[in-house]
Ligand binder design. Structure first.
Ligand code: X6L
Ligand code: MG
Ligand code: MG
Length: 175
């Protein structure tokens, strides 16, 4: 597998944990996607549009032979399979899959911008990302992740919900 990508997952409709684990299983059922690492699951206050239910958010790291655009298409397909409907902008969603980074590439096309343009402002992305990759440098961001994270002010809106390697061992893959 050639390419390393980080993907943010979020859900605030229905069984949020089922939605997230189903999305991971769907992504990793692709022969050209391998799960390399995953964060704890966090419960997070909604941002952008605040009058909606709490989210579960997490980040996964994958290795893939897909191109960034092929990966995007497969993420969108997975969202649709899990019943994502796009109604309100920033509104509630069954599952949201956002490509955060793809190798160290800067990609700007009509369909896809990578790194995700607003990822470093969002504690619900940066807390789980820093958990699994604290030393990552993000193209276009001149500080390491741990510094970016330290400078965010709404981290209290991101609370651990299911700890990776906790007593209750989190296993995102169905056996
Ligand atoms: C001012 C204006 C400040 C807009 C923030 C932030 C807009 C985030 C959209 C913003 C602004 C977003 C999730 C979420 C959304 C999620 C949590 C978005 C898009 N997705 N809140 N809000 N988790 N906690 O996955 O991220 S909508
Ligand atoms: Mg999103
Ligand atoms: Mg999205």
């Amino acid at each position: 597998m050639e390419n390393r990508a980080f993907i943010a997952l979020g859900s605030n409709i229905g069984n949020r944990y089922d939605n997230i684990t189903s999305a991971i299983n769907c992504l990793t059922s692709h022969s050209e996607i391998k799960l390399a690492n995953y964060s704890s699951v966090y419960e997070t206050d909604p941002v952008g549009y605040e009058d909606q239910d709490l989210f579960l958010n997490m980040v996964i790291e994958i290795m893939t032979d897909l191109s960034a655009l092929e990966l995007l298409e497969f993420c969108l397909k997975t969202e649709l399979e899990l019943g994502r409907k796009r109604e309100l902008r920033w509104g509630p969603r069954t599952i949201d899959l956002d490509i955060l980074t793809f190798n160290q590439e800067n990609i700007e096309t009509e369909k896809l911008t990578v790194p995700h343009p607003r990822m470093v402002e969002r504690s619900f992305v940066m807390v789980p990302l820093a958990e699994i990759n604290p030393d990552q440098s993000i193209p276009g961001v001149d500080k390491p992740l741990n510094i970016v994270l330290n400078e965010l002010h709404d981290k209290e809106g991101v609370r651990i919900w299911k700890r990776k390697n906790g007593e209750d061992v989190f296993e995102p893959i169905e056996s």
